[in-house]
Write a protein that binds this ligand. Structure first.
Ligand SMILES: Nc1ncnc2c1ncn2[C@@H]1O[C@H](COP(=O)(O)OP(=O)(O)OP(=O)(O)O)[C@@H](O)[C@H]1O
Length: 255
């Protein structure tokens, strides 16, 4: 058993084989007629680190927003951990996001006036849930932030801020973490550390992570990479290499 899991149960340790995400015939047409998603079906098994790549405007953000319940698709089904969210109203979608989904953003989105500790527990407190202190301690130790908890975000490096955001995303033991260009604002070394951390959390906790990125080197840390073009998934690569991904993007006119 890994160091991280000693004495602490895994994030998504449910025994059944329900996929973390199941999308069926997903379509999204924006007002004005842009068809951003065109019949996307895919299944993401638990414990998968999935990268989503594709040229600008190919539909990556729209896919993430629909899969994470931030936006409603025009047609199709979105199941998170077996729960259908596509037809829910805004209030129920928000509840479901709080219960089952974590987010990591390029710009960290930490609240500047709050300490790192308070930032980490903020979503739980907003949802009226008590933090699992043992779980939090384990995560904080794992990302090496134990001596930074009383600091404000501005007193941390970019890599440390992103590690705090990762702990915040995992605090509620979500079914899925969606990461939007999580290394976009980091220098190479910090980016590498954050990607390794995400990959380790997936492998050690059976966490599911979906990461949108333009960077083939970042996507190469994932177990699988989807390549999108014109609102469709045009390729799925298992254990992708940066060179393969870069070649695919160049073939699609970007890279
Ligand atoms: N709110 C919106 N209203 C209308 N059209 C939109 C909206 N959001 C996105 N689009 C359009 O939908 C298509 C897909 O956009 P999306 O942002 O999902 O692509 P992307 O692959 O994430 O792009 P990028 O890599 O540039 O972030 C594009 O043609 C975009 O212009």
């Amino acid at each position: 058993m890994s160091k991280l899991l000693k004495g602490v149960e895994a994030a998504s340790a449910a025994p059944d084989h329900t996929p973390a995400i199941a999308l069926a015939h997903l379509g999204k047409t924006y007002p004005g007629g842009v068809r951003a998603l065109d019949d996307v079906s895919l299944t993401v098994e638990r414990g998968t680190f999935l990268a989503v790549m594709g040229p600008s405007g190919s539909g990556k953000s729209t896919l993430m927003h629909c899969a994470a319940g931030l936006d409603a698709p025009t047609v199709g089904s979105v199941r998170i951990d077996g729960y259908e969210i596509a037809g829910l109203n805004e209030t129920r979608r928000t509840e479901l996001r709080r219960e089952r989904i974590g987010f990591v953003f390029q710009s960290y989105n930490l609240v500047p006036s709050l300490s790192v500790a308070d930032n980490i527990t903020l979503p739980l407190r907003l949802a009226g849930r008590a933090p699992d202190q043992e779980w939090l301690r384990t995560l904080i130790e794992r990302v090496d932030l134990a001596d930074r908890l009383t600091h404000r975000p501005a007193e941390l490096s970019g890599g440390q801020q992103q590690r705090a955001a990762i702990v915040r995303a995992l605090a509620a033991r979500p079914a899925v973490v969606f990461a939007d260009e999580p290394t976009g604002a980091l220098d190479l070394r910090s980016a590498h550390e954050v990607l390794n951390l995400l990959r380790d959390l997936v492998d050690e906790l059976r966490q599911t992570v979906v990461m949108v990125t333009h960077d083939p080197a970042a996507a190469a840390q994932a177990h699988q990479a989807l390549v999108m073009a014109d609102g469709r998934v045009v390729d799925t690569l298992h254990t992708p290499t940066a060179a393969d991904l870069a070649a695919r993007l160049v073939a699609l006119g970007e890279g």
